[in-house]
Design a protein around this ligand. Structure first.
Ligand SMILES: [Zn+2]
Length: 221
């Protein structure tokens, strides 16, 4: 298994390098517990690791990753909801100040939604993906219809952005999120990252548009 042995080699580099370099930080996190101020909801896609994109240190960011960085709506139905459990933990136990929903370009989950690839999939052949991505079906159908009328619409990107907006709306259906947002104790942010050019865009609550984050090349190493 060459891939797993590569992982173990990575572990050895980490143990001999960053783990020693940040010994004080790891000691504090081990004995004092974690108190990240930010939760990030990101896609499971291997190209969009939020701790790399935001250059954050261990202990700074509580991360939930799933297919297409979706936040499901609040459902008090007694069923198991892994994503909702992570949100509940971050908000009610860690009391984070921010939740960032970060989508990304070329998202496979969004692409599958647009093509309908897993809409009728059988168990073991994509049914879990199909049911998960059904959460954005209304937005998908709207964007498909708009793209059919205007071929210049980039349906992939439009649905990536729409899914981020929907996830932010869904966050507000959780009573413990809504009450903190309304009290000014929690802020929700949308963002979209493109690995092709490294550009991060952030949803501006005033304009309602995703605006590119200013970046100064002269500050680059
Ligand atoms: Zn993705």
């Amino acid at each position: 298994m060459p891939a797993f042995s590569a992982l173990l080699n990575g572990y050895r580099r980490f143990r001999a390098g960053p783990y020693i370099d940040q010994r004080t930080r790891f000691d504090a996190l081990a004995h004092g517990g974690q108190s990240p101020r930010v939760m990030v909801v990101a896609c499971a896609d291997s190209r969009v690791d939020p701790t790399r994109i935001f250059d954050s240190a261990p202990g700074e960011m509580f991360v939930m990753r799933n297919v297409a960085n979706l936040v499901p709506p609040y459902e008090a139905d007694g069923a198991t909801h892994g994503s909702s459990a992570a949100i509940e933990f971050a908000v009610t136990q860690l009391e984070v100040d921010h939740i960032v929903v970060m989508g990304h370009a070329r998202c496979g989950g969004i692409s599958a939604s647009l093509t309908g690839k897993f809409d009728e999939a059988a168990e073991g052949h994509g049914a879990f993906i199909g049911r998960w991505m059904a959460k954005i079906e209304p937005a998908r159908d709207r964007i498909r219809a708009a793209a059919a009328l205007s071929p210049d619409i980039d349906a992939q990107e439009a649905l990536e952005l729409a899914a981020i907006r929907l996830s932010l709306d869904n966050l507000m259906t959780f009573p413990f999120v809504a009450e903190r947002v309304e009290a000014g104790r929690l802020a929700l942010q949308g963002a979209h990252f493109d690995i092709a050019d490294g550009v991060l865009r952030v949803l501006d609550p005033v304009t309602g548009r995703f605006e590119e984050v200013a970046f100064d090349w002269s500050a680059a190493a």
